[in-house]
Design a protein around this ligand. Structure first.
Ligand SMILES: Cc1cc2nc3c(=O)[nH]c(=O)nc-3n(C[C@H](O)[C@H](O)[C@H](O)COP(=O)(O)O)c2cc1C
Length: 218
């Protein structure tokens, strides 16, 4: 793969709003490819702490009820609004697929929590990139109801496991949005003698291509 092709995929992946998705079902094969991509995330000590539950079709109704109950639990009794509760319940139907994002730390290796969460975030990003390459839109939803203990327990995630939210997935209904980032130059410092010697894009090879050149195809 040309480095530019990878860069374009990374740059053009977008988060798509729930209201900008079509409710049409997603082929299970696409979801399996996304999950396989997630499974190639790195993790310190090979803990592989990512745990997912896929909701599609009728199962979303149950998830909506669980979200509505989470809303009730996070809201002071006198402020519970039936309309907001109904909205919280029904919004799951706007996307055909919801994937819960769980983190289950390795009980034996006991890596720092931030490393286990980081590994899950990378897994989600792999999944998001694969969805993009399959022509699907998604977004990580991490609001209070999406991470609530009540929802976590429904998913079988008991502490120290954590629920980090949901990735909802669907076919995009609108033109693909353009992304925006502030300049990278504002976020990086270079402490090198000769910056232009660091990389030669003309001669760049992936590790696997370099193996093939040496006749070490695996
Ligand atoms: C850990 C994490 C949590 C996020 N949670 C939310 C969320 O709760 N609601 C939301 O609208 N977007 C959420 N997003 C998506 C971001 O808003 C989005 O990535 C950002 O606007 C940049 O847009 P892009 O993904 O299209 O580049 C989350 C993203 C990450 C990485």
């Amino acid at each position: 793969m040309q480095p530019q092709a990878l860069y374009d995929i990374l740059k053009d992946r977008r988060s798509i709003n729930l209201r900008d998705l079509r409710p049409d079902p997603i082929a299970p094969m696409c979801l399996e490819q996304m999950l396989e991509a997630a499974n190639w995330a790195p993790s310190h000590g090979h803990t592989e702490p990512w745990r997912f539950t896929v909701f599609a079709g009728e199962a979303r109704h149950t998830l909506g009820e669980v979200f509505a109950e989470a809303y009730r639990l996070v809201t002071p009794a006198e402020r519970v609004d039936e309309a907001v509760m109904a909205f919280t319940r029904d919004r799951v139907l706007l996307a055909p697929v919801w994937i819960s994002i769980g983190m289950e730390p390795d009980a034996v290796k006991k890596m720092p929590e931030w490393e286990e969460i980081s590994a899950v975030a990378i897994a989600v990003h792999n999944m998001h990139l694969m969805a993009y390459s399959l022509g699907l839109g998604c977004k990580w939803s991490s609001g209070a109801t999406s991470r609530h203990l009540h929802v976590a327990q429904f998913l079988g995630l008991q502490p120290p496991a954590q629920l980090l939210g949901f990735l909802y997935v669907g076919k995009p209904a609108k033109a693909w949005p353009t992304g925006q980032r502030r300049p990278m130059a504002d976020k990086v410092q270079w402490m090198v003698d000769e910056r232009r010697q660091l990389c030669n894009p003309e001669g760049a090879q992936s590790g696997k291509q370099a193996n093939a050149m040496r006749g070490e195809v695996r």
